[in-house]
Design a protein around this ligand. Structure first.
Ligand SMILES: Cc1ncc(COP(=O)(O)O)c(C=O)c1O
Length: 411
């Protein structure tokens, strides 16, 4: 670690567990000495660490950055709103403006309310589903945040274990598990809360279709957790991508280009449950994030944002494949163009992880901030992708030279 990063990390760790607020931003020692624990500035698709080292970023702040860091039109909207105040004693008109802007992009929604985090939004949908149906069990699939009912699979989770009786977690795409959970608990299931797209493989359609059918049959509400897929997979999220419509959806990350806001939304009949129950939090109407969201929605609607993201992602994905072929590396490139990735296939998981760690370590040292899923945003230009690919090529060549890899397993 470079001197300033190391000094700052030591000080932060002393008074702040993890030295960060977010699990996925914790320093990963396995990713090598060059991984920067802190970023002091970011613009477009580039970030700078405490020692002024520059990186082309492919994590996009874990998903929220969809237009690029400090997108000028979004920043302008926030500055304009800032002149009027950040939070009032009553609702602000920006709440309606932001809601309408989102609903122009996601056409199936009848009603919407704002929250602050992805976990908040998923919890709100689930609570409404329970209140609407009067049932207590839920089916879950994927990560929906740290709140009690979604976190039961983690070691020492700190949530009441009795919740396990009510929460039935299944793997993405597991049709047998969908059938089994509905067969056993269908009449008691308030909701099926699912991440609608798994970035590894696109097996979603049959899975979502089955969930829709089962939910309809048993009177269960289907909730799409669109926290990561919303406004990224397509402008209208997974609902548009698959053409399958849920009853509720949770949105967060890409909805305000990094400003902290989330939303839960759905069909009027189900959202109207709010007339009989209470879901509330003080900061949900915070105006700066809503101004950012309105501006983000307008840019996404008026400019070829998703076309560009898919074009840049395809360029990166094809480049990965070429490099893998050139270097005869035991790996493959895959993923949707909006978030491609390189996967080593040496036969066992430990080896694969070890080689990915080495690749990441090489890339950090070469000014590329890699990611398990390389999130493209609207600010990535062909030159950024080509510069990145050149560094990936050198990193891969170096890896192979240093230690020839074993023959790949069949893929
Ligand atoms: C699919 C999904 N749902 C929910 C969450 C939780 O969102 P947050 O961290 O904003 O609470 C995440 C976060 O990564 C996510 O990826």
């Amino acid at each position: 670690m470079t001197p300033k990063n190391a000094e700052h990390y030591k000080r932060a760790l002393k008074i702040m567990p993890w030295a960060t607020q977010t699990n996925s931003k914790r320093l990963q020692p396995d990713w090598g000495e060059s991984m920067p624990p802190f970023i002091k500035h970011a613009e477009g698709c580039r970030m700078w660490d405490l020692d002024d080292r520059e990186y082309i970023d492919f994590l996009s702040a874990l998903g929220p950055i969809i237009l690029g860091y400090q997108c000028p039109d979004v920043e302008r909207a926030v500055r304009e709103q800032m002149k009027k105040g950040v939070l009032y004693s009553m609702a602000s008109p920006i709440e309606l403006a932001a809601a309408e802007a989102i609903m122009q992009n996601v056409s199936w929604i009848d009603q919407i309310r704002f929250m602050k985090t992805g976990a908040d939004a998923c919890t709100a949908c689930t609570r409404l589903a329970r209140a609407y149906t009067g049932r207590e069990h839920i089916l879950t699939s994927g990560y929906h945040g740290y709140h009690d009912c979604f976190f039961l699979g983690w070691p020492n989770h700190g949530a009441p274990t009795v919740l396990r009786e009510y929460v039935h977690e299944i793997d993405y795409g597991d049709l047998d598990a969908v059938n089994a959970v509905f067969e056993k608990y269908g009449d008691q299931l308030a909701a099926a809360v699912v991440v609608p797209y798994e970035w590894n493989e696109d097996t979603g359609e049959a899975y979502l279709q089955l969930l829709r059918e089962k939910c309809d049959k048993y009177g269960t509400l289907l909730i799409f957790d669109e926290v990561l897929t919303g406004f990224r997979l397509a402008l209208g999220g997974a609902q548009e991508y698959y053409g399958i419509t849920p009853d509720f959806a949770a949105f967060a990350k890409a909805m305000a280009n990094g400003y902290p806001v989330s939303a839960f939304a759905g069909k009027r009949e189900f959202m109207q449950t709010l007339e009989k129950t209470v879901i509330t939090t003080t900061y949900a109407g915070e105006t700066l994030s809503l101004a950012a969201s309105q501006a983000t929605m307008e840019i996404m609607r008026n400019e070829p944002v998703h076309e560009h993201i898919y074009a840049m992602g395809t360029r990166l994905l094809n480049g990965f494949s070429e490099i893998i072929n050139e270097c005869e590396a035991p790996a493959y490139a895959a993923g949707l163009p909006a978030a491609p990735f390189i996967q080593f296939n040496l036969g066992d998981d430990e080896q694969n992880t070890m080689w990915q760690n080495r690749l990441f370590s090489e890339l950090f040292a070469r000014g590329i901030f890699p990611s398990q899923r390389w999130f493209i945003n609207y600010s990535h230009q062909p030159e950024d992708i080509d510069q990145t690919l050149e560094q990936v090529r050198r990193a891969m060549q170096n890896l192979i030279k240093r230690a020839p890899l074993q023959a790949p397993a069949e893929h």
